[in-house]
Design a protein around this ligand. Structure first.
Ligand code: IPM
Ligand code: MN
Length: 372
């Protein structure tokens, strides 16, 4: 298969974790006989330094032309420490989500059995945790009107949602639930916010077309608490932009490291894949960042493009690295492996399981092997 992939490394550890994903994609090309072409674009602080804007039009163009986009991370200390900065790197990502109409952000939270001890939560609480957050990505308070009075003493951000914005993501979330454990939890603040009440109304109505899915509702404060007390109870969480942003960081902590989890941002025409984590500028260039989230985002991308077997091969290689403790220092403080070494190991272990199976089968047939 020929695919065009846009690569946006962004800031901080973004480019270095993305490099590990590229190694894995090369391994996939070789193992499964595909041909991918890569185009690189600037976004965030890196783009501001060169073009004075966090999202140059060249970057939008190459994303629009690509079959899928792999994104690293965004944000630098330089801008984080200056709250009055007029342009911020993060605007590049927000604008890109808008330009490409990436209205659904999918963030799976799954505990790896080999890493169960790494979680800050007790084993018996997190055991079996496997849920996915469907976060609305192009509306709500992130994109509503922003105001600051001339004195700079009063500010506001509008949280606005339309029925259309709610229903398009709700359908995707219901479909996901139908293919999973058939449970959908709408997280909102309907006891306080009008926009949340609209979410409840629209989602309840759509739920009638998915009778096999059990729909329930949780206020966001309670949802945050339940996520700590009983995370394995969740299946699909559907929520608006800001609540989804917060809950997904909380969810990622359950798994032991923010450096593990991938995400997909999907629209009707485009799709972008990126780690949960941010740009972690303190680790930039130190070869300590965990590349697993970026590599698993690559697997999500291949899945999305219909290359399921290839995606499974990446996931299997990641699991092997975790099992063998070939991990970065966030998972093992005594580790001698860095970003590059973990990336190399995973890329080298991407194998076609069909070949593997045939090989073993043949050996067994010949009586040469006792293991499969
Ligand atoms: C995320 C990030 C972004 C967001 C920032 C970088 C704008 O935190 O993808 O979760 O808030 O959406
Ligand atoms: Mn976030």
């Amino acid at each position: 298969m020929n695919l065009k992939i846009a690569l946006l490394g962004g800031d901080g550890i973004g480019p270095e974790v993305l490099s590990q994903s590229i190694k894995c994609l090369h391994a996939v090309e070789e193992t499964f006989n595909h041909h991918f072409t890569y185009t690189e674009g600037l976004i965030g602080a890196a783009a501001m330094d060169k073009f004075g804007t966090p999202l140059p039009k060249e970057t939008i163009a190459l994303c629009t032309e690509a079959d899928a986009i792999l994104f690293g991370a965004i944000g630098t200390l330089k801008y984080d420490e200056n709250p009055s900065a007029k342009i911020r790197p993060e605007q590049g990502l927000l604008q890109l989500r808008t330009e490409l109409k990436l209205f659904t952000n999918i963030r799976p939270v799954k505990v790896f059995p080999t890493l169960i001890d790494k979680s800050p939560l007790k084993k018996n609480i997190i055991f079996g945790t496997d849920f996915v957050i469907y976060r609305e990505l192009t509306g709500g308070i992130y994109f509503g009107e922003k105001k600051l009075n001339p004195e700079g003493t009063v500010a506001s951000d509008l949280c606005e949602y339309s029925e259309k914005e709610i229903s398009r993501i709700a359908h995707l979330a219901f479909k996901a639930a139908k293919n999973r454990r058939k449970k959908l939890t709408l997280v909102d603040k309907a006891n306080v916010m009008e926009s949340s009440r609209l979410w409840r109304k629209v989602v309840t109505k759509i739920g009638e077309s998915y009778p096999e899915v059990e729909l329930d509702f949780l206020f966001v404060d309670n949802a945050a608490m339940q996520m700590m007390l009983d995370p394995s109870h969740f299946d699909v969480i559907l929520t608006e932009n800001m609540f989804g942003d917060i809950l997904s960081d909380q969810g990622s902590a359950i798994c032991g490291s923010k450096g593990l989890l991938p995400s997909a941002s999907i629209g009707n025409e485009h799709a972008m894949f990126e780690p949960f984590h941010g740009s972690y500028p303190q680790a930039e260039g130190k070869n300590i960042a965990n590349p697993v989230a970026s590599i698993l985002s690559t697997a999500m991308m291949l899945n999305h493009l219909g290359l399921d077997e290839e995606a499974r091969a990446i996931v299997a290689a990641v699991k092997k690295a975790l099992r063998k403790n070939i991990v970065t220092v966030d998972l093992n403080p005594d580790s001698k492996y860095g970003t590059e070494e973990v990336g190399d190991f995973i890329a080298k272990n991407i194998i076609d399981s069909d070949d593997d199976f045939n090989y073993n089968y043949e050996n067994i047939g010949l009586g040469k092997s006792t293991i499969i």
